[in-house]
Design a protein around this ligand. Structure first.
Ligand code: SF4
Length: 349
């Protein structure tokens, strides 16, 4: 028997005992599984729990999500990052309303055709919510498979992912595909940890895991390093007037599309207030911040200044009060470093 063929039984027995109790696992409807899987992309379980609860309260069905005003959607997502995920969720909800009359599609191909749903998410929804025998291969699963098989192929290569998916589809148990996929993810997330620190002494598959038996858990999986990030030095402007701060809406395309921000530009020596037709008088240094996106790193320095009450702002900008910062405008985490300066002036929000 191959290592993969030996996996299902010990893994499922272990999962029955050790599965974490998570809200989307208790009633795994397609909608609930879908929302949780999208939220969990690039985000840890602990960070998702509150977001998930609030989201389900406000948009308990596909129809509610399809009809949610965009500002509300962004506000519900504020802090989770990778905002295109939220936009795609709504796009897909509208697809389901239009193409399937509001009923969640029940084949792998149809689920895979939804906006923002890739191979992994389609596999997770198909198997967990519909009991279809389709693997769901994410970074956790790739790591477990590489170690169990002693496979030193690069797990960031598409070809490796394809091969692992094909091999797992041969061994996925037909009577418990959802539990099997979740057990694989759970093992990767809680036992077969990344960065050479797996907890092999409590692993249900250590008896036939090649990386463990050959002492190669520190070397596997092999992952070829990605390209370096581009660094951008940016100046962030905190313009105050009375008890308000100026916000600008980002364009509809690209990084943080459509979200609100403190106006900021590349620190290229241009005096931007003049470009915007604003005269804040004296600008004071107001702290620094850093934010890392997948391909870019922002290194930000803030300048704060006062504008006369009633100063007209450029198009697409607004004056926001403390209450509006709390309730209406979604400001991405990238600007979190400047929240204390704004709160010092407007009060906590
Ligand atoms: S024995 Fe260790 S390396 Fe192998 S699957 Fe388990 S935790 Fe991972």
């Amino acid at each position: 028997m191959t290592q993969l063929e030996q996996l299902p039984i010990p893994l499922l027995l272990w999962y029955r005992e050790h599965a974490r109790v998570l809200p989307w696992r208790t009633h795994p409807t397609p909608y609930r599984v879908w929302i949780s899987e999208i939220m969990l992309q690039q985000t840890r379980v602990a960070a998702v729990l509150d977001y998930y609860r609030r989201f389900l309260e406000e948009a308990p069905t596909v129809k509610d999500l399809a009809q949610l005003p965009e500002e509300r959607l962004m506000k519900l997502w504020q802090g989770l990052g990778y905002y295109s995920r939220a936009r795609n969720l709504q796009k897909a909800a509208r697809q389901i309303m239009e193409e399937w009359g509001g009923v969640f599609p029940n084949t792998y191909e149809a689920i895979r055709s939804l906006a923002g749903v890739g191979d992994y998410t389609a596999g997770a929804i198909s198997s967990i919510a519909f009991g279809l025998p389709v693997p769901a291969v994410d970074g956790n699963v790739l790591r477990v498979c590489a170690r169990v098989r002693g496979d030193d192929a690069d797990i960031s290569a598409q070809a490796t992912k394809k091969r692992v998916t094909r091999d797992l589809s041969q061994v996925i148990p037909l009577d418990a595909p959802g539990a099997f996929n979740q057990a694989m993810m759970e093992l990767g997330a809680t036992v077969c940890l990344p960065n050479g620190a797996p907890l092999c002494d409590r692993c249900p598959v250590s008896g036939f895991c090649r990386a463990f038996q050959e002492g190669r858990t520190g070397e596997l999986p092999v992952k070829v390093a990605k390209k370096e990030r581009r660094v951008e030095e940016r100046t962030v402007y905190l313009f105050f007037s009375g008890d308000r701060v100026a916000l600008r809406r980002r364009g509809n395309k690209g990084l943080l599309a459509g979200l609100w921000e403190y106006p900021n530009e590349l620190a290229d020596g241009t005096h931007y207030p003049q470009v915007w037709g604003l005269s804040p008088g004296h600008l004071e240094r107001a702290g620094t911040g850093k934010h890392i996106f997948s391909h870019i790193e922002w290194r930000m320095s803030a300048l704060a200044g006062e504008l006369e009450e009633g100063t007209p702002l450029p198009q697409g900008w607004v004056w926001a009060s403390r209450e509006e910062l709390r309730q209406v405008y979604a400001i991405p985490n990238a600007f979190q470093a400047f929240a204390p300066q704004v709160a010092a002036r407007l009060g906590p929000f």
